[in-house]
Design a protein around this ligand. Structure first.
Ligand SMILES: C[S@@+](CC[C@H](N)C(=O)[O-])C[C@H]1O[C@@H](n2cnc3c(N)ncnc32)[C@H](O)[C@@H]1O
Length: 246
């Protein structure tokens, strides 16, 4: 039996100005906040100073808590406290495992509310001057994870179909698999001069960008050791940045 409610809250991509008013209000009232690695320090200062703060941050190859352990922790805290917040980078339901956590909590009899956040796939390109759609540059957009393909016999993401399906491709978690992804997109028929932008730590003071082409991006990213967390944007919308001198 739980007395509390778990709020599944999106923190946005980093800039505290992108935290929603609803999310800020919940953070200020929370008894416990359980948060991920990608939640910025500038957001953490909004948390009720009396709240218990628990970092369950996961970074590639360094899982500090298993998903099941996080769920168990949330259930345990909801038995003791009224307002338990699960704070996630961006939006909880966009490549954030929010759906999985919600299902587990509901199955355990815990009441859950979701507070959507500003997802990195829209805000990060926007801060770099790249609109993910524009009538003259790209009328369709797909959001996809680049994390799926490495080493799998049968990749879940069908890059070759996606390359033909949408004019703009926004790739989360794609830096490690970039050589594979780029090779798939070229095999699918995208031209070597198709623009691509890599943006790390978008909306934060240390935002870093690499603007390139499919033909050159892998070598350029390796040369400067471009590291995650980053979003990749593929398509002519990337040219908008140059054309409007944003
Ligand atoms: C596990 S996913 C979580 C996505 C998040 N739920 C969202 O809606 O933005 C983590 C990935 O999101 C992207 N990401 C999140 N914040 C970012 C930022 N500030 N700058 C660039 N990419 C970011 C990166 O691709 C990172 O590897």
């Amino acid at each position: 039996m739980t007395i509390g409610k778990v709020y599944l809250v999106g923190a946005g991509p980093g800039d505290p100005g992108l935290l929603t008013i609803k999310a800020k209000g919940i953070l200020e009232l929370s008894d416990v906040v359980i948060y991920d690695a990608l939640v910025s320090d500038a957001i953490l200062v909004s948390i009720n100073p009396l709240a218990e703060k628990i970092n369950v941050g996961k970074r590639r190859g360094n899982h500090s808590l298993l998903q099941s352990e996080i769920t168990d922790l949330l259930i345990a805290k909801a038995k003791e406290h009224a307002i338990v917040t699960r704070l996630k980078g961006g939006d909880p339901f966009v490549f954030g495992r929010g759906g999985e956590e919600m299902a587990d909590l509901v199955a355990a009899g815990v009441s859950v509310d979701v507070v959507p956040g500003v997802t990195a796939g829209i805000a990060v390109p926007a801060y770099a001057g790249i609109p993910v759609t524009h009538r003259d540059y790209g009328s369709s957009v797909v959001f996809v994870t680049g994390h799926e393909a490495a080493g799998k016999y049968r990749p879940k993401v069908n890059w070759r179909s996606l390359a033909q399906a949408a004019e703009t491709m926004v790739i989360y978690m794609g830096i490690y698999n970039l050589p594979f992804i780029v090779a798939e997109l070229l095999t699918a028929g995208l031209e070597g001069d198709t623009p691509i932008a890599l943006i790390r730590n978008g909306t934060r003071p240390d935002q870093a960008e690499l603007i390139s082409t499919l033909a050159e991006v892998v070598a350029q990213a390796q040369a400067i050791e471009f590291a995650p967390p980053a979003i990749a944007i593929v398509g002519r919308v990337v040219d908008f940045k140059h054309d409007c001198m944003c």
